[in-house]
Design a protein around this ligand. Structure first.
Ligand code: GAR
Length: 211
């Protein structure tokens, strides 16, 4: 069994997708949030998963919060840390500590649209495809080696909300699969690029139809 610790800040639907996938060899050791009122935290608790809340507002600096957070995470001896809507910029030390064993999902086809408001920005640019990316986390925001991507069409009458919903459905498919690949030991970083030993590269990318 591999210990997986999931960090969230809010709804936690990606966390739920990973938990509900009941992946073999995966033990969800804890769900941790920087917001005590995160809806996903209550859901995880109901499933009998260990939960923790640590407010960043209680710390004088990003570094101090990240150090305290790492102490909590490490109590669960994680093989993998999964950021699932964890809306914090992470300090360099924190990223170094979990280098090669921390994944993030971002709601855009990276390297386009790092940061916030990805769907609004994709619509404003007139993009014809949108999507999501799972990547290893490095200190540069939304820039670590990419593991897998999924794309959806942008429709003529899309709003940021309708596009976000279409992308989110992809996220819920892509993230559990990526966690499974990591836990199976199939993801390797070579020259800054991810090699997936059990999937050809085209199987790490999806283009999904309308809906
Ligand atoms: C997801 O769309 C995720 O990709 C995004 O926040 C949402 C969280 O939803 N993450 C980021 O924007 C990180 N930069 P969830 O809490 O329901 O999983």
């Amino acid at each position: 069994m591999k210990n997986v610790v999931i960090l969230i800040s809010g709804r936690g639907s990606n966390m739920q997708a990973i938990v509900q996938a009941r992946l073999p060899e995966v033990h969800i050791a804890a769900v941790i949030s920087n917001r005590a009122d995160a809806a996903g935290l209550a859901w995880a608790q109901e499933q009998g998963i260990a939960t923790e809340a640590l407010s960043h507002k209680d710390f004088p600096s990003r570094e101090a919060f990240d150090a305290a957070l790492a102490q909590i995470i490490d109590r669960y001896q994680p093989d993998l840390v999964v950021l699932a809507g964890f809306m914090r910029i992470l300090s360099a030390d924190f990223c170094r500590h979990y280098a090669g064993r921390m994944l993030n999902i971002h709601p855009s086809l990276l390297p386009a649209f790092t940061g916030l408001d990805t769907h609004e920005r994709a619509l404003a640019e007139g993009c014809k495809l949108a999507g999501c990316t799972v990547h290893f986390v490095t200190a540069e925001l939304d820039h670590g080696p990419m593991v897998a991507q999924a794309a959806v069409p942008v429709l003529a009458d899309d709003t940021a909300d309708s596009l976000a919903a279409r992308v989110l459905a992809c996220e819920h498919r892509l993230y559990p699969q990526t966690v499974a690949d990591f836990v199976a030991g199939c993801l390797h970083i070579e020259n800054g690029k991810v090699i997936n030993r059990r999937r050809p590269s085209d199987a790490a990318a999806y283009v999904l139809g309308q809906g």
